[in-house]
Design a protein around this ligand. Sequence first.
Ligand SMILES: Cc1ncc(COP(=O)(O)O)c(C=O)c1O
Length: 393
Amino acid sequence: MSFQFAHRMGAVPESFLDTLFAVSSDPSIISFAGGLPSSELIDVEGIAEATAGVMADDGRSALQYSTCDGYLPLREWIAERYSRRLGIAARPEDVRIVNGSQQCLDLVAKIFCNPGDVIGMERPGYLGAVEAFSIYEPAICGVPLAPEGGPEIGAFTRLLAEKNPVFFYGIPNFQNPSGTSYPEAVRREVGTLCREHGVPFYEDDAFGELAFDGRPRMPVKRWAKEYGIVSGSFSKTVAPGMRIGWLWAPEEIIRAFDIAKQAADLHSNHLSQMIMHRYLTTHDYDAHLATVRRTYAANCRLMSDLLDDLLPDWTHTRPEGGMFMTAELPAGVSSMALFEEGLRERVAVMPGGPFFAGGGGDDCIRLNISTVGGEEIREGMDRLVRAARTLSS
Ligand SMILES: Cc1ncc(COP(=O)(O)O)c(C=O)c1O
């Protein structure tokens, strides 16, 4: 059969995800390639209690249609947490609930981007964002990440001044894939520049609550102000299967966003929103977060130490939070070749290429630290060393 799909479908880069799923379903392979949070850290009992409570007290309302903006008590909870954690006043009317923050990537691009418009983003950048944006046929312009974290300011300034992007998309906290964060001075500079040039800064904060030291980092929105768009998610902190994320944006953007969201799905899963709110208000969320942070911090430290000891000719990032780090391979070693050789040794790494819109990145890999325990990290690193030795011999 030959269907006539829309031209925009041809603009989406070929996904590496099918290959990764095949890899992660093979139990003999230790995978550093995935991007999931730890299943073991999901509070199944707590969520079951919250679900039972919602069904018993409010089942009919939870199972009915609801409004596009999202469950008000949950938006109030999110706004209050921003105000308390960051000292920046957020109002519930500026917050929208989405079906996972991935939906924000789609809808923000939908309301801002005509074919051929420029979207700026970090290079390397989040693969899922490249895929979501590509549907709207933009010219994606990557700004290289500086070694100390955040976009290189010279290239960032030139992009804003010369290319008139519809928005710049970045991950200031514990970026996917690099694990790096913007230093505070860079946040200030980037936010101020966006405001001066009238370019929205779209800040994807999927990992902001996963700082290993628990200390909140100021969002770029603090300086971008009315040009600041923030998305957040409970996927990495509570449970990704509940598909609850949010958008925090200025009123004018919220108005356009509501139109796009209503047309896309009427509203996010109401039952899931009510369960999430019940869970957050009846369980000790901060204690749960402390456990997640402690576990990921220990995994990250172990992975870093082993890389330093066993593969001293590799360089790697030193994340202060989140779920990922990247490693740069020695000259001449290709990440695709390492992926293939790794599979022969029963260890999987994520090649860097897919994170570089427009090509490049074969000299680095992404390593995940959330789905593997200490023993697996040790054994997986031994296997990786064998694969690396085979390639360099
Ligand atoms: C940087 C980043 N943003 C957004 C998402 C989407 O997450 P969700 O839709 O589950 O909130 C992910 C998922 O891995 C991510 O890594």
